[in-house]
Design a protein around this ligand. Sequence first.
Ligand code: NAD
Length: 261
Amino acid sequence: MSLENKVAIITGAARGIGFAVAKRFVMDGAKVVIADVDDSAGEAAAEDLKGLGEATYIHCNVAERLDVRNLVAETLNAYGDIDVLVNNAGIVAGADFLDLEVEDFDRVLSINLRGSFLCSQAVARHMVEKVQDGGEPGCIINMSSINAVVAIPNQVPYCVSKGGISQLTKVSALSLAQYGIRVNAIGPGSIMTDMLASVNSDKAAKNRILSRTPMLRIGEASEIAGVAAFLASPDASYVTGQTIFADGGRLPLNYTVAVPE
Ligand SMILES: NC(=O)c1ccc[n+]([C@@H]2O[C@H](COP(=O)([O-])OP(=O)(O)OC[C@H]3O[C@@H](n4cnc5c(N)ncnc54)[C@H](O)[C@@H]3O)[C@@H](O)[C@H]2O)c1
């Protein structure tokens, strides 16, 4: 149980990749806080995990400073500590570059990038205090994407936000290294969650993805949770400032692969 008795906050964990990370962390012995804006799904997710271990739901819009402050305070109140933060909450807003509304640009950036910054800063302040009091350093994991590197023309703010996450990961890792606090990111390829749901019913869209995926399959959320479990564990004790891409081989690929019928 590599996370025995560790306290972990996972944002956007009511469903999808965040929920898979929460489940894996609980199975690895952690006490998990599910932070989300979808209260009914969040409460249900926490209830679901209670059979496996310790989990609780706290409402938090990661883009709102007061919500984030409250998330940290309530977590400390409930569990007395925070060892791991996973900045996972994220949204998309599809529109061509020439048509994109500035409100949509701001909305995506405020959740995906500003939200990760707000949560990181608030939790890191607690982690630094703990280290200065002789406690153990914690770690932060940011959910990036292959779109931190490769772009999709009608996903402007999403790609920009994930590019920003790449630098947020590096700059916060450098700032916090002196305290032993590690910051890393995970860059998933295409993972079967609600974010990708339309692909299920659209064979052409699915084939487009598979033709860019040498492993010829869409990933499972649990495969991202496995990377998060590694990054949060003592096995990653000398890893900081990195993004680990779990993408079935997409980023190394030039051109496309043939998709069997
Ligand atoms: N699914 C993929 O293929 C894929 C690929 C690469 C990266 N990612 C990244 O993984 C993360 C999770 O994606 P997913 O596919 O599980 O998405 P999802 O849509 O299934 O779940 C996202 C969760 O975030 C919550 N959320 C939205 N806005 C929020 C806010 N302001 N504050 C707190 N919570 C909020 C939602 O309520 C939802 O529970 C995102 O950062 C996404 O960019 C996903």
